[in-house]
Write a protein that binds this ligand. Structure first.
Ligand code: PMP
Length: 361
């Protein structure tokens, strides 16, 4: 066994709904813990699934040709600039496996998405976690942490769990400082929700800085988390280096089909984005009314300080049928992270939260 596996824990996701129903004897449980789309996926996907049979005895297309063409056309990139994964989790593992080993290091923000350091530790690489400032990446400190042994820098924008996006000027100033033999992974799992006026299209960055790799997913705004489709966009030579590390057939026939259909329904994505903006306002009003500090969010979740033990509040909300994420597990105790739900889900959660916080004094 690799020594670093001693005592290592598997990824702990938000609690499944069925488990909470069983534990607390609840009929209805609302999960606002994993930043899924509360409206589900495009109705075009649902119609496809109802009306099309697939031969599950056959292996899927390992190159995901139809989906590849659809994404390449949508983005205006070459097909050879794309790498598909079983969720972007898979891509993170592929990148890590390709580049990290004992003796090299990798730089990331803290708190940020746990899979960056988790995968790096499995490979025995040194992890350099650079504390966020007010929920934002400290890009100067991250650039300063890069040395000759640095292989990958992870930049999560908007950042999970804080929700903060990096404006274009800051991102470019950072990229200009990174040596071109260091891979910069720009994880944009929540990009469809970004409304910050300082944010610009990030696609041109891969031409200006060929060491940049963008990471996107169908799990969030596209509402297809259970199908596990994520992808990387980069220069063809970077993609060609990563492709041999990928497991064969890492997306199913169905997942390739539904991702392409979901992508074609941009009206649906726009509607979800609009609803998310309204939902965000419900939380921001609540935080301002109760004087709770929150980070400005460009995502479908919000991270705010409840000025109480976040594990206790998490438990109390669960008893009432709501699953959220306690900041304790995410590196900021006292905070909770809540997925923006439908208007009525948000209203119900905030009413319960108000009474829980009153009880907690
Ligand atoms: N990156 C970020 C920032 C995330 O929040 C998540 C999901 N929690 C992922 C990547 C992985 O998403 P998926 O594997 O479903 O594409």
């Amino acid at each position: 066994w690799k020594q670093q596996l001693d005592g290592m824990q598997a990824y702990k996701p938000g609690k499944p709904i069925e488990e909470v129903q069983r534990e607390y004897g609840l009929k209805e449980v609302i999960k606002l813990a994993s930043n899924e789309n509360p409206f589900g996926c495009s109705p075009k996907v649902t119609a496809y699934l109802q009306n099309n049979a697939v031969n599950h005895a056959l292996y899927p297309d390992g190159y995901a040709q139809n989906l590849r063409t659809a994404v390449a056309n949508f983005l205006g990139v070459k097909e050879t600039q794309l790498l598909f994964g079983n969720g972007s989790d898979d891509i993170i593992a592929i990148i890590t496996r390709a580049l990290l080993y004992p003796g090299v290091n990798t730089v990331m923000a803290d708190p940020s998405f746990s899979q960056y350091w988790h995968n790096a530790e499995i490979e025995g690489a040194e992890v350099r976690k650079i504390p966020c400032m007010e929920g934002a990446h400290d890009l100067d400190a991250m650039a300063a942490a890069i040395d000759e042994q640095t292989s990958i820098v992870w930049v999560c924008s908007p950042n999970n769990p804080t929700g903060v996006v990096i404006p274009d000027t800051d991102l470019r100033a950072f990229l200009a400082k990174v040596p071109n033999d260091v891979l910069v992974v720009l994880d944009e799992a929540y990009i469809e929700y970004v409304t910050h006026p300082g944010h610009k299209d990030t696609l041109p960055l891969i031409n200006e800085y060929p060491n940049v790799l963008l990471l996107r997913t169908f799990s969030k705004a596209y509402g297809l988390a259970s199908f596990r489709v994520g992808y990387a966009i980069g220069q063809p030579d970077v993609i060609a280096k990563l492709d041999p590390v990928r497991a064969p057939f890492n997306n199913t026939i169905l997942s390739q089909a539904v991702a392409a259909i979901a992508l074609s329904d941009q009206d649906y994505i726009q509607a979800c984005r609009d609803a998310n903006e309204k939902g965000k306002k419900q939380y921001i009003e609540f935080c301002e009314k109760h004087n709770l500090k929150y980070f400005p969010t460009d995502t479908n979740f919000i991270f705010f300080n409840i000025n109480a033990d976040s594990d206790v509040v998490f438990q109390e909300l669960m008893k009432r049928g709501f699953i959220v994420r306690s900041g304790k597990a995410l590196g900021l105790p006292g905070f909770i992270r809540v997925t923006i739900g439908t208007e009525s889900q948000n209203e119900a959660l905030l009413n319960h939260l108000e009474s829980v916080l009153k009880e907690q004094g």
